[in-house]
Each structure stands twice: as structure tokens, then as C-alpha cells.
Design a protein around this ligand. Structure first.
Ligand code: G3P
Ligand code: CA
Length: 432
């Protein structure tokens, strides 16, 4: 039976289309064999598989850009911001009590010079716990935190109460007799003697140090507790197989700087069974590099920003419309050239003038920069905050510092706070 012409025509067209569809389907299938299975970790150019999954967020000295470092306020803020692990540095008092403070002296982060004017250089080891407990560890950062105290290791553990991990650093163990044994005694008292998990799933206890001998001594006493061997310059990220093999026999992790590492280097170190912890980073772009390079642990002063970046959310929302546009950190001439030098440029992203009264800036090292009384930033305009000295202008304020504070090497971060001390913006740059 001869089919009418138009039926034949229709059939021919359908055949052509299905053949075309089949061809497209075939190319699609062929183009995606590798990436079709999301569980296959992506590979680096060098053929290393990059670890997937969010890095665990360590809060450096607590949320130490929103409260005075290593105080109850900084640790409670870090917990509220979703930090997985709280980091802190250990020192030891004259009467042998472990306390949480970064420096070997009380001078920078307490009012020791005021309370004990004749006890320079205010080394922690020269004061009893009772004396240290008289000190205000908050006002140096901001009078709003007056009354914060230096914490003992026990108080720090109590404050966290197993909700998050703890990463004590044996900061200067050679200064403090029996510090390692003291820490072991405390950990035993808390049952933190092996690779426990905190209630948030993070490692409950992680001991770190730049002092390899002290960390090896600690490991010998509590071999099941994870440790992190710190070393300036991050040499282990490119160490030989022999060095990494030996390290993996006694320590759990090493540190790397995401600005200098590659995903291949991270994966290679992990292939020796070592975890990789990042340098302390706060800038959203560098925080994202840490995740994409496959780091196990992300170290930051701003856990709220890190968590937002890991959740692909916008980290900080300026509520008033003023942002940090750029940082001139290494101008020609001196960084504090009178009437010039290094500065932070703020930008008004709105159509209305904004009062900057009470706004402040900080940089990674905690230097506070004022933005100027009665300062106003015009709509859509810049306002420059200079570090050095000079005569204020309607669009510029000079802080009168005698030395530059904005790093000229590696990376630096600048944080903008409004008059209610709320962080409005943060800006990171890679200097070298
Ligand atoms: O733990 C690594 C990091 O904390 C080292 O720097 O000086 O803050 O103790 P620092
Ligand atoms: Ca530390």
C-alpha cells in the first residue's frame, strides 16, 4: 500500500529529528563521563585528587576582630558565629597555672602597666594567678569590653563545655617549667586524652606548637591526641617524601598558606595521611581558595565571614552604604609621609551624604585607625583615612601615627566598623 505523500514526508522528518536527538544525547553522554559522578573528586593539573567538602573552621584567638582576643567575649562571639574549633595560646603563671594569652607579657592585652607600674616587663611568669585576675583584658581593644579577664585553661574548657573543639597552642614552652606535663595533667582531668569529637562533630582537642621538641614530648605522653606542628614559612608543604613520612608518624597536621600553595601540594601532603591547616586568613577570596584547594582546616579571625563564604552567601552586608574601596599600602616615599603616605580609601555607595562619626578601622595586627570626628563622606565619593600625620580635609583624615601599619609583604586585612562597632566591611590584599 502506497502511503500518501504528506505521511511519507512527516515520517522522514521525524526520523531526521530523532537521529539528530540521538546524536546530541550521544555527545552529551560522551562529554561528561568524568564529571557525571559528583563523588569523583576533581583532579589537579598534576593528577592529584582534591579533597571535597567544607574545611573545619578554626577561630583564631576567638572571634578576635569583633572582641578582645582570647577573652570570654571573643570565644562566645566565635561560638555564636558558628566556629567549629576555638584556638588559643597558653602561658603559665608564677604559681604554675595555665592561662590563655598570646604574648609572653601582659603589656599589650591588659592594663598591667597601670595596675603594676613597677613590674616591667610584665612577663606572665612573674605574676600569680590572683594578680593576673585583677587585670582588665578588654579595654585595650575597646572600652566597651572593660572587665574582660584573662582566662585559665580550665575556664576556657568550661566556657566551651564540649560544644566546639579546642586548639591550645604551646606558645613559648621553654619559658615555663613543666608546661607540657601541666597540659597533659589538665587534659587527663577533662578526659581529653584521645581523638574525641566535640558536640559539633569537630575534633574536641588539638594541640599545636612551633616548638617541635615540646610537641614531640607532648605526643609521647598523649599519643592519641591530634597535634599540629607549626613552622614559619610553611616548608612542609613542599617537603620531601621522607620528611612527610616521618612527620606522619607522630603529628597529625601541618600548616600551609593558601596564597602560596596549590591544590596539588595540599593533596600530596594529605596522601601521607597528614591534615593541612591554613594560615590565618580573613579575606573572602582567600577563604574560598582554602576550600577549593582542599584544605582540611580553615584558620580565621572572622568565623562568621568564613561560614558565609563556605555557604556561598555574601559575607558582610554594609548597612549604611560605606565600603572599603581600596588600600594604598606602599606609596612612593615613606608610609607616613606628612600629608600623604599609606591610606585606606572608603567609598560611599549611596546617593546621600553619610556621617562617619565613630567609624573605625583596624588592620590584621589590631592597630586602631580613627576615621575622624564630624567626618562626612559625600554621595558616591571617596574618603581617605591616612595612617600618618597631616591636616584633615573634608575628604580625608590623618591618624598621626609615626610608622606604617599596612603590610607591604604577603597579605593584610583591613576591617571597617560603624559607630556601633559592627563590622561593615573587610578588605584583603596580597602585597607580595
Ligand atoms: O596557631 C597558629 C597561629 O595561631 C600562629 O600565630 O601568633 O596567632 O599564635 P599566633
Ligand atoms: Ca596561636
Amino acid at each position: 500500500m502506497r502511503l500518501p505523500g504528506f505521511i511519507v514526508q512527516r515520517l522522514r522528518t521525524a526520523l531526521v529529528h530523532s537521529a539528530a536527538l540521538a546524536a546530541v544525547a550521544a555527545t552529551l553522554v560522551s562529554a561528561q563521563p568524568v564529571s557525571a559522578d559528583a563523588s569523583t573528586p576533581p583532579e589537579t593539573a598534576a593528577g592529584w585528587q582534591v579533597k571535597r567538602g567544607e574545611p573545619v573552621v578554626w577561630s583564631h584567638r576567638g572571634a578576635s576582630k569583633n572582641a578582645p582576643e582570647e577573652t570570654t567575649a571573643a570565644y562566645q562571639r566565635a561560638l555564636a558565629d558558628g566556629a567549629d574549633v576555638l584556638e588559643g595560646d597558653l602561658a603559665q603563671t608564677k604559681d604554675g597555672v595555665l592561662v590563655v594569652i598570646h604574648d609572653d607579657t601582659l603589656a599589650r592585652t591588659t592594663n598591667a602597666e597601670e595596675v603594676f607600674p613597677d613590674r616591667a616587663p610584665w612577663n606572665v611568669i612573674d605574676f600569680t594567678l590572683a594578680e593576673i585576675k585583677q587585670l582588665d583584658a578588654g579595654s585595650w581593644w575597646d572600652p566597651a569590653f572593660a572587665g574582660q579577664r584573662i582566662l585559665t585553661l580550665r575556664e576556657w574548657f568550661q566556657l566551651t563545655g564540649g560544644r566546639a573543639g579546642l586548639a591550645p597552642e604551646l606558645k613559648s614552652p621553654t619559658l615555663y617549667p613543666g608546661m607540657v606535663e601541666n597540659l597533659v595533667k589538665e587534659l587527663r582531668a577533662w578526659g581529653y586524652t584521645h581523638d574525641l569529637k566535640a558536640r559539633n562533630g569537630a575534633p574536641q582537642i588539638w594541640v599545636q606548637s612551633f616548638d617541635e621538641a615540646a610537641l614531640r614530648q607532648f605526643h609521647a605522653l598523649l599519643p592519641k591526641v591530634p597535634t599540629l606542628l607549626l613552622r614559619s614559612g610553611y616548608p612542609f608543604m613542599t617537603a620531601t617524601d621522607e620528611v612527610l613520612t616521618e612527620l606522619a608518624t607522630w603529628t597529625t597536621a601541618i600548616a600551609g598558606n593558601p596564597v602560596q600553595t596549590t591544590a596539588s601540594q595540599v593533596a600530596r601532603v594529605q596522601s601521607f595521611g597528614l591534615k593541612v591547616v591554613s594560615e590565618v586568613e580573613d579575606g573572602p577570596s582567600i577563604l574560598s581558595m582554602i576550600e577549593l584547594q582542599g584544605y582540611d582546616y580553615l584558620f580565621t579571625n572572622v568565623p562568621d565571614v568564613a561560614k558565609a563564604v563556605l555557604d556561598d552567601k555574601k559575607p558582610l552586608r554594609t548597612t549604611h552604604g560605606v565600603v572599603i574601596d581600596s588600600v594604598v599600602y606602599n606609596p612612593d616615599g615613606s608610609d607616613v609621609e606628612p600629608g600623604g603616605g599609606e591610606y585606606v580609601a572608603l567609598r560611599n555607595t549611596t546617593r546621600r551624604p553619610i556621617e562617619l562619626n565613630g567609624y573605625t578601622l583596624r588592620e590584621f595586627g589590631n592597630t586602631l585607625l580613627r576615621v575622624g570626628e564630624r567626618a562626612v563622606i559625600e554621595p558616591g565619593s571617596f574618603y581617605k583615612v591616612y595612617v600618618g600625620s597631616g591636616t584633615d580635609r573634608p575628604d580625608a583624615h590623618f591618624n598621626g601615627l609615626t610608622a606604617g601599619v599596612l603590610a607591604n609583604t604577603v597579605t593584610d586585612h583591613v576591617y571597617l566598623y560603624d559607630s556601633r562597632r559592627v563590622m561593615e566591611d573587610l578588605y584583603s590584599y596580597i602585597a607580595s
